[in-house]
Ligand binder design. Structure first.
Ligand SMILES: CC(C)(COP(=O)(O)OP(=O)(O)OC[C@H]1O[C@@H](n2cnc3c(N)ncnc32)[C@H](O)[C@@H]1OP(=O)(O)O)[C@@H](O)C(=O)NCCC(=O)NCCS
Length: 156
């Protein structure tokens, strides 16, 4: 039995996924969003289309979302619960997102990642994403710091 499985997200996943997102935002490190996160509003605005969830038992432990643009590419965002990191969940999610995007006929996946996020950059490189550029002082953090981000892309 695998420890976890990846499947398309369902309506009932949205609140737990929004809670997970809020917990990851509290780290103020990997994802752009920072607290406070309005969990209910986040769940209500989350699009099921393009969202894949990793579940252990009934519990969502990670997710990836591909936001499809009008121009044939998709923007990827993801997070895995801290206690599940380093166990292959991110890899399964990225693999599933690539397969989903190909199935939709997209020609490219794009994403932004903070330069210090070594785990995420290693994960994306592993699946063939390449660095396409750096956005300088793009993100103003609640601390007042201005963080660069690295633009990465994968041609499908
Ligand atoms: C980035 C993230 C999604 C990775 O998920 P994960 O489940 O830990 O990923 P995996 O266990 O599949 O590891 C994938 C690869 O990342 C690399 N990696 C994992 N943890 C690492 C670490 N701490 N440092 C460096 N590389 C690491 C390895 O190359 C690994 O591949 P391998 O096991 O085949 O060697 C997860 O750390 C996370 O959710 N972080 C917080 C939110 C975030 O940063 N989201 C991405 C925003 S762009």
């Amino acid at each position: 039995m695998p420890e976890f499985t990846v499947r398309p997200a369902r309506e009932e996943d949205l609140l737990p996924l929004a809670r997970l997102f809020a917990t990851v935002a509290e780290e103020r490190d990997g994802i752009a969003s920072e607290p406070p996160i309005d969990v209910e509003a986040r769940a209500a605005s989350w699009r099921l289309e393009g969202t894949l969830v990793a579940v252990a038992g009934d519990e969502p432990i990670g997710s990836v979302h591909v936001e499809v643009s009008r121009f044939g590419f998709g923007d990827l965002g993801m997070a895995v619960a801290r206690e599940w990191r380093g166990r292959g969940v991110g890899s399964e999610l990225v693999q599933a997102a690539i397969a989903w995007a190909r199935g939709q006929g997209l020609h490219k996946l794009s994403l932004q990642v903070f330069p210090h996020n070594e785990a995420a950059i290693a994960l994306y490189r592993k699946f063939g994403f390449v660095e396409e550029g750096r956005l300088v002082k793009q993100y103003r953090r609640s601390s007042g710091e201005l963080w660069d981000s690295v633009q990465m892309g994968l041609l499908l």
